[in-house]
Design a protein around this ligand. Structure first.
Ligand SMILES: [Fe+2]
Ligand SMILES: [Fe+2]
Length: 190
């Protein structure tokens, strides 16, 4: 578990003043490794991506401007919650490995993207369902996931996240709606 060991050391140091966030990250790691075993994904790749997914949660816009493209930065003005996902992905590439699948999984962990790989699905849903998440919505989706229905769990997490977003008066990201549509179709057509 070379990459995961490295990721664990880096994130523990970087977020040493954010113990609650670290607890969440360890929960995501645990769920991601469980799912990686179940769906036959490389454990070290999955674990290292999980450990780094929120690495840049508290990093500044200025730090992000050293890594993100102009288009990405503009997008983050409109959707600030994307900033930590994009920057964490670039940090993974710089500090851990140039594995493209992990990069994408971290980059898209907030709500996925159309045509996700299995690793991308794992990181996204582990973030929503890790054991320290105690909202009823997360508990319900965790049950669906642990019952073995990964696609339904993703669909239900999207429905709930979008509803939550709208409840707070925020606009859903267009890509989020595309992913919702894809999974709606998947569930309907099986
Ligand atoms: Fe995140
Ligand atoms: Fe997270």
């Amino acid at each position: 578990m070379q990459l995961s060991d490295k990721a664990f050391k880096l994130v523990s140091e970087h977020l040493k003043d954010h113990q609650k966030r670290l607890t969440h990250i360890l929960g995501v790691n645990e769920m991601a490794v469980y799912l990686a075993k179940k769906y036959d994904v490389d454990l070290d790749i999955a674990g290292s991506a999980a450990l780094m997914h929120d690495y840049s949660k508290y990093d500044s816009y200025e730090e992000a401007s050293k890594y993100l493209t102009k288009e990405e930065l503009e997008e983050c003005y409109k959707y600030p919650f994307m900033l930590h996902a994009y920057l964490s992905a670039y940090k993974y590439k710089e500090l851990i490995s140039d594995n493209k699948d992990s990069f994408n999984a971290i980059y898209n962990h907030v709500f996925g993207r159309p045509n996700m790989s299995i690793l991308e699905k794992i990181i996204m849903i582990s973030d929503y369902t890790e054991k320290n998440r105690t909202y009823p919505d997360c508990i319900e989706v965790r049950k669906i996931l642990l019952d073995g229905d990964l696609d339904l769990a993703i669909y239900e997490s999207l429905v709930r996240t979008i509803k939550h977003c709208e409840g707070e008066g925020k606009v859903a990201h267009p890509r989020q709606l595309e992913v919702l549509k894809e999974y709606e179709e998947r569930i309907k057509n099986r």
